[in-house]
Write a protein that binds this ligand. Structure first.
Ligand code: ZN
Length: 318
């Protein structure tokens, strides 16, 4: 039996650690696309702390073993969560295959297509498993504390946009669909955004289609996709929100929370909570998300949603 895509993705996410969300997203996209072509790839490594990099650098120098890296701490994109390493996996998912063959190069090609720089293109020291996103920053920029900014989901082609999403499929495209439907107020009470297109998701897709006045078939094809895009267009309130008693609440706040969460990287009011904390209340956690957003984009960090934050949100979401 062939190992499932879900297994490969889950293992990869675990191995990557806390890499930049854009790196994570694209690495998963790469694994999905490779899987569709019948190639089983997985990520072995992602974020490497300075201490981990030092331990690796010591190998073959002050510690036993062979030399495995030429990079000291702060001299690898791994140290900033901007690189991942991949390898191929046997059909049963149990063995790692390290031979750089046609399949390996195909995975690298997919990675490059979605914006990664591949270590296999380097000379003279090739690093075949290595993929990195620099965000236009050099390592010395990163050591100085500069933060990469990636355009929101537009800098790379979306995963096969003309394909149909329907019952029985799974993967991050389904998860994104489910998250969007949840953001719009549809409910997936039993399974949530689990990445599986089951009966529950089909029911919600049908409800969405009915609401938009398009053909109700429970399949996400071009027309439904267009409607989803329209529905996702950010409409942000012209108001000012801050934490007060009682809290501001309602659809305006929900729109702000949704926009923060839809960002890349996402600024969830409360990651991991129900619907990632998107609840329509402007409380301390939402103010904190606003503050993180402001900090990321060099705005005044006051946790208050006002004209400047609104303008920046619209700008990065377009
Ligand atoms: Zn690497």
């Amino acid at each position: 039996m062939t190992v499932s895509l879900k297994t490969l993705v889950n293992r990869s996410i675990r191995n990557m650690g806390e890499v930049h969300p854009v790196v994570k997203d694209r690495a998963v996209t790469m694994i999905e696309r490779a899987y569709k072509k019948g190639i089983l790839a997985q990520i072995s490594d992602g974020l490497r702390t300075y201490a981990e990099q030092q331990a690796l650098y010591d190998k073959g120098r002050t510690a036993p073993g062979n030399i495995v890296t030429y990079a000291q701490p702060g001299y690898s994109y791994h140290n900033f969560g901007l690189a991942v390493d991949f390898f191929l996996v046997s059909d049963d998912g149990k063995r790692a295959l390290w031979t750089v063959n046609k399949d390996w190069k195909q995975v690298a090609a997919i990675g490059k297509e979605i914006g990664f720089e591949w270590g296999g293109d380097w000379s003279p020291f090739k690093d075949f498993p290595h993929l990195q996103l620099t965000g236009g920053l050099s390592l010395s920029d990163l050591r100085a504390g500069k933060k990469p900014i990636f355009a929101v989901q537009t800098s790379y082609s979306p995963p096969e946009d003309d394909g149909l999403l329907e019952k029985g499929e799974n993967g991050t495209a389904i998860k994104r669909l489910q998250e969007q439907l949840l953001d719009m107020g549809y409910r997936l009470p039993k399974y949530g955004a689990n990445g599986d297109f089951g009966a529950e998701t089909e029911t919600v897709v049908k409800a969405f289609q009915k609401d938009r006045g398009i053909k109700v078939d429970g399949i996400v094809g071009p027309v439904t996709r267009q409607e989803l895009k329209e529905a996702a267009k950010p409409v942000l309130p012209d108001e000012t929100y801050w934490v007060k008693t009682p809290l501001f609440c309602g659809n305006g706040v929900r729109a702000v929370q949704g926009a923060l969460a839809a960002n890349n990287p996402p600024f969830y009011p409360e990651k991991g909570a129900r619907n990632n904390g998107i609840d329509g209340y402007y409380g301390p956690k939402t103010a904190d998300a606003v503050e993180r957003f402001q900090s990321y984009f060099n705005l005044k960090e006051d946790g208050i949603y006002g004209p400047n934050t609104r303008k920046k949100l619209l700008q990065v979401l377009k």
